[in-house]
Design a protein around this ligand. Structure first.
Ligand code: IMP
Ligand code: MG
Length: 177
């Protein structure tokens, strides 16, 4: 059995998501935004955040894969699924579960920036500041966390645990299924 410890309980997540939603609402008052979720980890954050944003909003999704295993970022990113809509002239809010080395978001930001959006902001629920190798930071950050592997609220370990309502540290895991 894997061992999990709650790091951020659901009530704290909900309060923070509401706060970020209010900030985005205030920052884009009278304008439209397109929320771009990075699959699959950001889906739960996006679903909750979107309902805290009182603006004309649309959703889009992008998927990338990184070479290397789930706990290690190799530095190479591959586009798996592009966004469906045009970014030109739009207010883009990139929604991501966690900013770790920054390789993933730096790649996506550069890809979308080239399509001339009107503005681009990054909302990251979690930020592992000490792990950063790329010069990138989020405009909206939920929680800065230490360098521990976390799961839940969209975040996975080998595709599992995304459905946990709290964000938990995976303290140890067993190899057997
Ligand atoms: P980065 O490119 O190193 O910033 O990595 C970002 C991606 O790595 C995230 O979108 C997550 O999918 C994954 N990741 C980084 N840290 C964790 C973690 O603690 N738990 C689960 N996934 C993580
Ligand atoms: Mg992810």
């Amino acid at each position: 059995m894997d061992k999990l410890r709650i790091l951020i309980p659901r009530e704290q997540i909900a309060a923070k998501v509401a706060e970020i939603g209010a900030r985005i609402t205030a920052d884009f008052l009278g304008e439209s935004v397109v929320l771009i979720g990075v699959l699959k980890g950001a889906t739960i954050f996006l679903a909750d955040l979107a309902r805290q944003i009182q603006l004309d909003a649309t959703f889009d999704f992008i998927a990338v894969s990184s070479y290397g295993n789930s706990q290690q970022q190799s530095g190479e990113v591959k586009l798996v699924k592009d966004v469906d809509s045009s970014m030109e002239g739009r207010n883009v809010v990139l929604v991501e579960d966690i900013l770790d080395t920054g390789v993933t978001l730096a790649y996506i930001r550069n890809l979308l920036q080239a399509r001339q959006p009107r503005s681009m902001k990054i909302a990251a629920l979690l930020d592992k500041v000490s792990r950063r190798t790329q010069p990138i930071q989020a405009d909206y950050v939920g929680f800065q966390i230490p360098d521990e592997f976390v799961v839940g609220y969209g975040l996975d370990f080998a595709e599992r645990y995304r459905n946990l309502p709290d964000i938990c540290v995976l303290e140890s895991y067993s190899d057997g299924a």
